[in-house]
Design a protein around this ligand. Sequence first.
Ligand code: PGA
Length: 250
Amino acid sequence: MSSGDTRCLVAGNWKMNGLLDEAMSYVNELRENPAPEYVEVAIMPPYTLLHPMNKPLSDKDVRLGAQSMYFEEKGAFTGSIAPMMLRDAGCHYVILGHSERRDIIHESNALILKKLHASWRVGLEPILCIGEHLEEREAGKTNDVLKDQLSILEGIEGNKALTVAYEPVWAIGTGVTASPEQVVETHAFVHEELTRLGLDCRVLYGGSVNPGNARALMGSEGVEGALVGGASLKADSFMQIVEAAANAVS
Ligand code: PGA
């Protein structure tokens, strides 16, 4: 088993959204003890909000994460953020390989692998995102794409803290979610691939998760939580998703 948390995880990826005032009101709106003990809650705000959100979030039992990082320890890398800086700001998680970084910033599997190692070196738990584009699904290549993205885990020791997030790229920010059958089938494949690699970690679903579909998605076989973008930007809808997760796993 991976040494990471084994509870169901609901993580909010704020992407490039959020100013200090908004973040502080958001934290105030989160209920005390937002989740039962078998659901873990985390928020990944932009870098500028990590330090100020650390204490207020940990007071509410919510974990903090970052949306990316560079792999080097320190030095002349203008504009980059180092793994230890994220630890210093209170992060437990770091999202790696998000499709927006793969597609817009052209992050490669090789770069993501360096970042994985760098996250483990400082004690961060990576959430490795994988997912196919619509053309790839339509061409019947979903499993090949996922297998290739997971291949960077070949040879990784099974005791590393790791969470994987399956996020079909065509479902991200589109309002379209994968069907329950697609979710179950694809998560089964991802788990099978992880087992083949000697890894047994949580697999989250991501892509247009909202309060209306969260319960069904998180009650699906092989789904151990959600990575939520747009619907995590309002405390109220995020808490409804957390509640749906709690109902799905209880
Ligand atoms: P979305 O984003 O919930 O807005 O589709 C999910 C993600 O990109 O992690």
